[in-house]
Write a protein that binds this ligand. Structure first.
Ligand code: ADP
Ligand code: MG
Length: 485
């Protein structure tokens, strides 16, 4: 279609070009979806509309400056390459801002200066004071000009509630139902990485928007800082402040990022006060409680702790199982309970890693059409599991085995010979031999000063039983995998 971009009369050319470009664009979109994933695609790229081609340059429109700058920074080059591959005559992509409802042929305004970092970096300050900014519609909606879009997966419905997070969840729900209630403003959520802080914040945003009542701005503290610095550079701090102070709900994620960034903290402090005084809601997250965020100005810490402070604790085994069950069910892939238990035992660090492991299993199952088994899990997650591995001690083995068969830990070293006790003890000895570098006499000593021949006997007996009894073999395998390093 290289030559098709020239040689028509004006109207015919425009129409022909439009429909041909649309075909190319839909093909590019398909590729982009595969490359960046459905969520990224929907968040950033779906809103692109195709404009005209002028010589070797195609214009693409995005509805807001923020989206335009983000897409330009993250996907600009890739878009150029993909267009060039489709239509060799196109060598450059120009991204412009246009209202979504405006005809693409009439972009709403020229390259306005933007207080956003991806462009602020690239743009010399001299250019920054250039033409009038694009008027953006002020609606009851997420301020995509101001903030990062919300991840549609992060809702209250998809958040699995358990002991470690039930309080934070309840507070988040409460704020979403009745923003700016006394006692809940600000809402300060804190906890370690990957435990659901961002998820809860997005869920608050999604809920408020569903109700269509307010304008919501969500951004990371890092982005807040970049935007603030960019606004200073482009001499648009007033505009930046006004924008921020015009939202009903402001959510700032990962506030710990502002430690040591005094000017940005100062700005945040003023924004914070202005909003709270005006009866708007603030939601903040951090990795520590306000009082533990040393390096944050005292007066800011004090104000942050004035509303509701809710922590998210490390996950428990039960919560990990519930989360895995929910996510496996949502995926439609059948994952056996044994596999879920295994993952919940092995990956205890945080939900993000747990989810990552399960997603990989599911992708694998979908790709190869094979059922998920413990074996396959071990294989597919080899690297992840290795990273979570640690050295196993005989004490741990004894504890796990005792738990598994519901006997007392002391029975591992007692003289009792009843089968219900002796068999698990033998398994523990077998596993100690398999998983540790201890010698037979050393192992014997840990099991109530037994002789090394007793350990030897246990090892061969368990090996024998595993060959005869597949259910028993599976039990032992499961234990081994849980403990293995
Ligand atoms: P944080 O912001 O605390 O570092 P995130 O909110 O980004 O953590 O959570 C990491 C991942 O784990 C996300 O994909 C999130 O959806 C998921 N996640 C965390 N907690 C839960 C939960 N209780 N239920 C369901 N998914 C969760
Ligand atoms: Mg987060």
């Amino acid at each position: 279609m290289t030559g098709g971009l020239e040689g028509y009369d004006a109207v015919a050319e425009a129409n022909a070009q439009k429909s041909v470009l649309a075909i190319h664009w839909s093909r590019i979109c398909e590729r982009l979806k595969v490359e960046v994933g459905e969520v990224e695609y929907r968040t950033w790229l779906r809103q692109i509309t195709v404009g005209p081609v002028d010589e070797d340059e195609i214009t693409l429109y995005l509805p807001t400056r923020f989206l335009r700058d983000w897409v330009r920074g993250q996907y600009g080059d890739r878009l150029g390459t993909l267009w060039n591959a489709e239509v060799p005559a196109i060598r450059r992509v120009e991204l412009q801002v246009a209202r979504p409802d405006a005809a693409p042929a009439e972009p709403a305004g020229e390259d306005a200066p933007t207080p956003d970092i991806p462009v602020a970096h690239a743009r010399p300050p001299a250019l920054a004071a250039a033409p009038a900014p694009v008027e953006e519609p002020r609606q009851a909606e997420v301020r995509s000009d101001l903030a990062a879009p919300l991840d549609p997966r992060f809702t209250f419905d998809t958040f699995v509630v358990g002991k470690p997070n039930e309080f934070a969840y309840a507070c988040a729900r409460r704020v979403a139902e009745r923003p700016s209630s006394p006692g809940f403003n600000p809402l300060f959520l804190y906890g370690g990485v990957g435990l659901g802080k961002t998820h809860l914040m997005h869920a608050i945003g999604a809920e408020l928007l569903r109700e269509g009542r307010v304008s919501v701005a969500y951004m990371s503290a890092e982005k807040f800082m970049y935007r603030f610095i960019a606004a200073i550079r482009s001499q648009s701090t007033m505009e930046f402040k006004e924008q921020l102070r015009s939202v009903d709900v402001l959510m700032i994620d990962d506030l710990q990022f502002l430690i040591g960034k005094d000017n940005t903290q100062e700005e945040f402090f003023h924004t914070f006060n202005a909003l709270v005084d005006a009866g708007r809601q603030i939601v903040v997250s951090a990795d520590k409680s306000p009082s533990d965020l040393s390096g944050l100005e005292d007066r800011l810490r004090t104000r942050l702790g004035c509303g509701m402070v809710a922590d998210i604790h490390a996950t428990t085994f039960e919560l990990r199982i519930s989360i895995l069950e929910a996510k496996a069910t949502a995926s439609g892939v059948m994952v056996p309970a044994k596999v879920l238990e295994f993952l919940a035992h092995k990956i205890t660090s945080n939900v993000r890693e747990l989810e990552g492991a399960l997603n990989r299993l599911i992708a694998h199952a979908n790709l190869f059409g094979r059922p998920v088994t413990l074996e396959a899990t071990q294989d597919v997650l080899h690297d992840i599991l290795k990273a979570h591995d640690r050295r196993v001690t005989i004490e741990e083995i004894q504890r796990k085995v005792a738990e598994h068969w519901n006997i007392r830990l002391t029975d591992m070293s007692s003289a009792r010979r009843a089968r219900a006790v002796a068999r698990p003890r033998q398994v523990a000895m077998y596993l100690a031999k398999q998983l540790t570098s201890r010698s037979l006499p050393e192992i014997g000593r840990k099991f109530g000063n037994r002789d090394h021949t007793t350990v030897m006997h246990a090892v061969s007996r368990v090996t024998e039983l595993m060959e005869q009894d597949p259910a028993f073999a599976e039990d032992v395998e499961l234990l081994r995998r849980m403990l293995e390093s």
